[in-house]
Design a protein around this ligand. Structure first.
Ligand code: THU
Length: 132
């Protein structure tokens, strides 16, 4: 795996410690790599009204957007529990910023998977825009 992606995963791993997950107790961290080489992190934020929970990936993307960045190369997700791949909602949000974005997540305790978002979300919904 690319050195930059290892660094991205490490940022996601560190970020997960700040997760707000009193209900599931699952701490998830995510990190987004921008075209400029900047990294923005996010954590899952749960709510007593469970459906309001925001996943780590979306938090990271919204963090980057809030800092004026919207060109993304990769998104990494890390949880202590291996095998956490982005949920469907997060896949749709990642796809919004480009079909070519790499998504990195833990396959098992030792290995990582790197897949294009277009592979994780084939035939994604687009709102009258050309494929990006
Ligand atoms: N979660 C994420 O943060 N990212 C994912 O890709 C899957 C699920 C969070 C949401 C919730 O806080 C907890 O994991 C259990 O669903």
């Amino acid at each position: 795996m690319k050195t930059k992606y290892k660094e991205l995963l490490e940022e996601a791993r560190k970020a997960r410690k700040k997760a707000y997950s009193p209900y599931s107790k699952l701490k998830v961290g995510a990190a987004v790599l921008t075209d400029k080489g900047n990294i923005y992190t996010g954590v899952n934020a749960e709510n007593a009204s469970f459906g309001l929970t925001n996943c780590a990936e979306r938090t990271a993307i919204y963090n980057a957007l809030s800092c004026g960045e919207k060109k993304f190369k990769a998104v990494a997700v890390f949880s202590d529990k291996p095998g956490i791949a982005p949920c469907g909602a997060c896949r749709q949000v990642i796809y919004e910023f480009g079909s070519d974005i790499d998504v990195i997540f833990r396959k098992n305790s030792k290995n990582y998977t790197v897949k294009k978002i277009s592979e994780l979300l084939p035939d994604a919904f687009r709102f009258g825009r050309k494929k990006r």
